[in-house]
Design a binder for this molecule. Sequence first.
Ligand code: AMP
Ligand code: ZN
Length: 473
Amino acid sequence: MPIVLQVYNTLSRKIEPFEPVNSGKVLMYVCGPTVYDYSHMGHARTYVAFDVIRRYLRLMGYDVLYVQNITDIDDKIISKARNEGVDWREIVDKYTKDYLDALDKLNIKVDIHPRVSEHINEIIGFIQILIDKGFAYVAPSGSVYFNVDMFEDYGKLSGYKEKSLWDQGEYVEEKRHPYDFALWKAAKPGEPWWESPWGRGRPGWHIECSVMSTKYLGKQFDIHGGGTDLIFPHHENEIAQSEAALGLKPWVKYWLHTGMLTIKGEKMSKSLRNIFTLREAFKKWKPEVIRLWLAKAHYRKILSFSEESLYEAEKLYNKLANAVNMLKKIIKENISFKLDEDQIKTLRELSNVRKEFYNAMNDDFNTSLAFSQMVRLSTIAFKEIIPSENYTLAVKALQLFEEFNKIFGVLDSHLHEVGIFANIKELVDLIVEVRSILRKEKRYELTDYIRDKLNSLGIKLYDEKEKTTWRFY
Ligand code: AMP
Ligand code: ZN
């Protein structure tokens, strides 16, 4: 089992040791949504997977900067606005809000959320570099295209080396080759436009990610992610644009791709009319249950959506939450610190759970195995710790729940006071120790004050001749 983090890199098609470009810092970029409709479970699959990866890298001690773009200029947005007879910005605002609200509910943190419409000048500047270097050309309409034949590494990410595989799904006569792709699209009547050296128009899709990642993360960075649906042409085109313009290889060190979320064997996608939106899902299940269901699947696996599997996840969530709450109760009510033989065995088992959890995460973020250790922890809690009512074991188990939850992020509401409970013994011991000194000095006004104050906080002191003991009541 790996002791250092290993990740599967789509670019090399191999598992590689993870070593960031700058030691101690991880720069990551994940392709975000095109905001023309409600976010669905498929989106959440990718966003939760990368949130887990971000959290794990943080737990390992890396300083992580995480950027996820919002595509707010796109053909689909324009056509939706036209169909509904509203301004395109109205569409963008409505679905951006829905997306950000879903992230918030799913306990996902992103550091920077750049929007295409706010980076037009940078995009124009980047395209100009590509034209100046001979990688792009301006067509008669005023659109600008990337000349794929000029970039000799084209196909290295997808493995599509044959030109016959390079179809971009963009049928425009003025392109020099059918597989060239648009960097800038000349404005058509009724469409939003911005001024550019090539006339009025708007950016193509792929260029935004090259430009915005470079702006916030620099010319070379560590992790670029998205679903496997984006490997070709989107990520292939991003590499071509970026390596052509910036002149550094590799532009991105590790390419990570999430397996698709499917429903009845098909990719969940708006265009296939089979989406289960997150706003619908939140009506049926707590966000923690949805997050748990997504986070416990290994990020590279295809994940099949069914309502039954979410109800199963709900049971698991309840099991974990119950274990945490019962352990908290032990800490509040019992002050039995001594461990017998069996309890020492349990302590060793807990340390084994922790070791296996990290082995799993280091193995290309194997959350599926790591989560099984979290479930094992709850089983140990129910079978061995809760019946024994032992404080030391309860604290240890809760600390492990806290540690694992830093990655899974599903038990925050149950764990928020645990840090205090775990330290409370040390704190009360300290106060009692100081009070014993005051007792010896016969400063009874102060010792009585401390006793009464602790009493009002639910902690009872028992003064014996030489020492004082305490317990919660
Ligand atoms: P889109 O709005 O379709 O451009 O997708 C935004 C992000 O969600 C991209 O990283 C996609 O790869 C990802 N995504 C979209 N649909 C799915 C799905 N069914 N399963 C997993 N990821 C998806
Ligand atoms: Zn992208």
